[in-house]
Design a protein around this ligand. Sequence first.
Ligand code: GLA
Length: 383
Amino acid sequence: MQSLVRLFSQAFHTEPLLVRSPGRINLLGEHTDYNEGFVLPAAIDKFAYVAVQKRADNRVVLLAADLNEQVETTLDAVKPVKQSWCNYILGVTQQFLLNKYPLGGYNLAVSSNIPVGAGLSSSAALACATAYALNELFECGVDKLTLAKFAQAAEHTFAGVQCGIMDQFASLFGRKNHVILLDCRSMEYEYVPLHLKAHELVLVDSGVKHALASSAYNQRRKECEEGVRIISRHYASVKSLRDVAPEQVDECLSGHSLLHKRCKYVVEENQRVTGACHDLVHDHIDAFGKKMVQTHRGLQVLYEVSCSELDFLVDKAISLPGVSGARMMGGGFGGCTLNLLFSEYVDQVIGMVASAYSEKYGRVPAVYRVKTADGTTIVPLPA
Ligand code: GLA
């Protein structure tokens, strides 16, 4: 953070506005957001930082401190570029412009400690930090939910991923020691206290970077929409998988085995999120952990977004004492598993999972012991 501010001041000879936005984990509710369902994410203590200040002209100058890259454009020429990190910033910028907010040129430097490609939403954090910072800098008065939608739209238009709203919402709205129960249809949300007395959440990074993820992700989204189209021919009130009961999936999609699998997973996952919240509130951690494993099996067998490395990490973890639950997390095809462990077993479990993984795949997985954190905020400049 200090070196980002120093870099900004040296490059642009002025003090920046500094904003940080967190990455996220998701306890339960995977691939439900774009089906108007429920999710249960939390912001974590890893952040994307942006330092930003106005310019007198209409240029946009972007600096990536961690990559030592600089990209320049002008406000009237904002379009996707080959440096992917820029696209989250420029995509958000375009949303302000399309919605007629009075943006001017700006300088922006970015640095992040959220691992990229680990399924922790480093890109959403960057887009949210940018949206929050530009909103402050140019005094646009946009509310946080709209900022989340700008960041989501940036991902759709400049990165080509038809993602849901979960990651951006979690990054902007996160609250320390809480998970967010978000209804992705009404956008109503509730903060659920996360008091894991004897447990800890630990991420194990498969190190697999999801190359196929965006096309497969968009494909899953289409399959769900196709399932809804078929079901709604029988039940006119069905607008999304949110409205569908498990029996309706069986009844209407029995002749469509692929769509049946996809929709069955989503419908069951929505039910699990509701139950999982009850488990958390009543401290039924074992029951919660079991649901995590059910979710993993659903993602592995029905939704087919896991991979052998993730399956291995989960299977190994749940075979060990001290493990209440484990599952792949996020969009899939790589990234991290989320593990719910008894605190006193963490070192032992992580040691055994890591050594089994490195024996099989030839590399030691990174491990992150994450804590929940507050959402996007302005950071006072270091003295
Ligand atoms: C990615 C997307 C989210 C969500 C998850 C899967 O993280 O950005 O919107 O769909 O995958 O739950």
